[in-house]
Design a protein around this ligand. Sequence first.
Ligand SMILES: NC(=O)c1ccc[n+]([C@@H]2O[C@H](COP(=O)([O-])OP(=O)(O)OC[C@H]3O[C@@H](n4cnc5c(N)ncnc54)[C@H](OP(=O)(O)O)[C@@H]3O)[C@@H](O)[C@H]2O)c1
Length: 391
Amino acid sequence: MKSITLLGATGSIGLRTLDLVSSFPEEFSVAGLAARGSNVERVADLCKKYSPRVVALLEADALDQLARLLPAPRPELLAGPEGLVALARDVKADIVVSALVGGAGLLPTMAAIQAGRTVALANKETLVMAGRLMTAAARARGVKLLPVDSEHSAIFQCLQGHNRSEVRRILLTASGGPFRTMKAQDLAQVTVAEALNHPTWRMGAKITVDSATLMNKGLEVIEARWLFDVAAEQVQVVVHPQSVIHSMVEYVDGSVIAQLGVPDMGIPILYALTYPRRLPCPADRLDLTRVGALTFEEPDVERLPCLALARRALLEGGCAPVILNAANEVAVAAFLDGRIRFTQIPELIAEALARVPARALDGIDTCVDVDTRTRALVREWLPGGVTAAAK
Ligand SMILES: NC(=O)c1ccc[n+]([C@@H]2O[C@H](COP(=O)([O-])OP(=O)(O)OC[C@H]3O[C@@H](n4cnc5c(N)ncnc54)[C@H](OP(=O)(O)O)[C@@H]3O)[C@@H](O)[C@H]2O)c1
């Protein structure tokens, strides 16, 4: 039986992971759970159902409420960013599922790696911010970083049994998001509800907006660069609106190997939890005769410039991806709050990349410092300034 610490237990990935724990009670148990604390009743229900030994919530008030909701004997309760780090580092677990959203996952994920724990990584923003540091720490500790992102799980599967030096390039597929065919002049008017209406995947709000801007694919190019140790130029993005091929690897002889499946995160999550074994995932099965045509096109980076911004940041190196990610997180939150237009998201990111001094990525403290400064600066640029956006 594998014990799991789940960072981001109440999110889309977290809840799907817990569904799998319920489906395979003889395979998995829950050692620890972490969340921000936005929905304490849900965390209490998860504690009753999965009996974790330790729970960490970012918000201390939420932790007090949780203590009142849970009858004794209750799990050990930890609060704040230090609590999340302690959970990832100190609670004995076979695997840590890193599924917090955004930069909040950086320090707990790094703590899990430094403690020598296998990490199933959904939280792509952490690799965008500190890919070089995290992969170096994982190598130094002999820690496995197992991809959960469906595209990276696909690439990981296409690489099994092959020689990495024979990889020519990675073909990273993208659905294209809800605005794939929308005219450039209409993008400024799109609503939050339209941006959240993803054509093929049901996910948390932040990643869904990232999919609409194509920033999600930009973050994934950076994620692939670090997870698979390939050059940025070796990662080609291909828009594939049916989301059936989750990504491909092209080898030097011209063979292209693909991984296909229905768009259900249960499949890559379960593979990361059981790697190298496979279990019968409780998910729909792919029926290609019902899918019909599979189509492919180039991404339109003129209309949706976030993918190009991410590539620029990756090529610039150092802390540029930290600036990209921080600006994107603030801009997406402001869009979701109705404070900026959709088209202002890439504008704010471009401005941050131009104006925040780029520094060498010489340690995790620098990463945190650049992240904090960038967020503060971009919040000042928002309509209404810093106070209303400080969330
Ligand atoms: N959803 C997908 O299908 C999918 C696919 C591939 C990759 N990913 C990646 O997986 C990660 C999670 O995505 P998601 O869609 O599951 O997100 P989500 O549904 O928004 O859930 C986010 C989780 O993180 C917690 N959280 C949010 N802000 C936090 C903070 N500041 N500190 C501590 N915890 C915080 C939330 O807790 P509360 O509920 O208490 O707020 C929740 O448990 C993201 O990095 C995303 O890019 C997701």
